[in-house]
Design a protein around this ligand. Structure first.
Ligand SMILES: C[S@@+](CC[C@H](N)C(=O)[O-])C[C@H]1O[C@@H](n2cnc3c(N)ncnc32)[C@H](O)[C@@H]1O
Length: 282
């Protein structure tokens, strides 16, 4: 087996994938690179070194408009791939939640909320602190026995937060949106896999959202949270809650300033250098 790998921005994935499909790659894989949610490691797997490797490299650099892009082509070290995948994406227990991939062959715990989410092309495998802080905030709200009838997961990625909310509030209407078409596709797929009734559609911020919600998740970055603050507040029902996340602890005051006067912060949830805030509409 032979692999070709390079770093690609999320918005460029759709442009490079066809080249490798045409070159008869056995599969194209995308792996999160870490804190920068826009950057992915693209790995195309071939049976053997493609004869057209140089042309593939040239075409990739040309399409991505990065003449200096580092592309690595090398034989794949022999590994037991089933074992490797299972180890890299071992099931994850996060408080009341048990998140597992489709390769998991263990019995699911009966005392946990189980969510089947494969680490794929949408953010939200549960491994990032921002998602984990949102789950903690959701559980805190749930324990307060607040009535929640309508939930929006804005920037849903895999849909993980929408699905967790669907378990917590089984009678609630659950909506999920993302500006990224691939995330919308993955969230719809994951909703089916988890037997969760959830409407998912593409929307840039609140562009295509015209309802009010008792709970809005927005796990995006600090700047968009600030820009969308007036719209987000407007889409909260009276006394509605928002779980704001995706910002660093040192950005907290900057983000909260945009919600000041209209919302009251109920609680902060900090994990490593990240944090989420649960706010209530005044
Ligand atoms: C950090 S991920 C969160 C994914 C998931 N909700 C979670 O908590 O794991 C942020 C998601 O928000 C989406 N996003 C970023 N800016 C957005 C915007 N202005 N409107 C809608 N979605 C946005 C991204 O495409 C990405 O899927």
């Amino acid at each position: 087996m032979y692999q070709i790998a390079f770093i690609v921005r999320q918005s460029q994935i759709a442009r490079v994938e066809p080249i490798y499909q045409d070159a008869e790659a056995l599969s194209n894989e995308l792996i999160e690179t870490g804190a920068d949610k826009n950057k992915w490691r693209f790995i195309a797997l071939f049976k053997k070194k493609p004869a057209c490797q140089k042309a593939l490299f040239d075409q990739t650099r040309q399409i991505l408009k990065q003449p200096e892009l580092k592309i690595v082509g090398a034989p794949v070290p022999h590994k037991n791939w089933l074992k490797e995948t299972a180890r890299a994406f071992a099931p994850l227990t996060l408080g009341h939640y048990f998140i597992y991939g489709s390769h998991c062959d263990k019995a699911l715990p009966k005392d946990k909320i189980t969510l089947k989410i494969d680490a794929a092309t949408a953010f939200g495998s549960g491994r990032h602190a921002t998602t984990q802080a949102c789950l903690q905030a959701l559980d805190f709200l749930f324990e307060q026995k607040q009535s929640v009838r309508k939930v929006l997961d804005l920037g849903c990625g895999s849909g993980i937060l929408a699905f967790a909310a669907a378990h917590r509030y089984p009678k609630a209407v659950i909506d999920a949106t993302d500006c990224d078409a691939e995330s919308v596709r993955m969230a719809r797929f994951n909703a089916q896999e988890n037997h969760i009734k959830c409407q998912v559609w593409q929307s840039d911020s609140f562009e295509k959202i015209d309802q009010k919600y008792d709970l809005i998740f927005a796990n995006i970055l600090a700047r968009p949270l600030i820009h969308m603050a007036p719209d987000l507040i407007d889409h909260l029902a009276p006394n509605g809650y928002a779980i704001l996340s995706g910002f660093l602890t040192h950005q907290h005051a900057w983000v909260m300033k945009a919600y000041q006067g209209k919302c009251t912060e109920v609680r902060q949830f900090k994990i490593k250098e990240w944090q989420a805030s649960l706010v209530k509409k005044n």
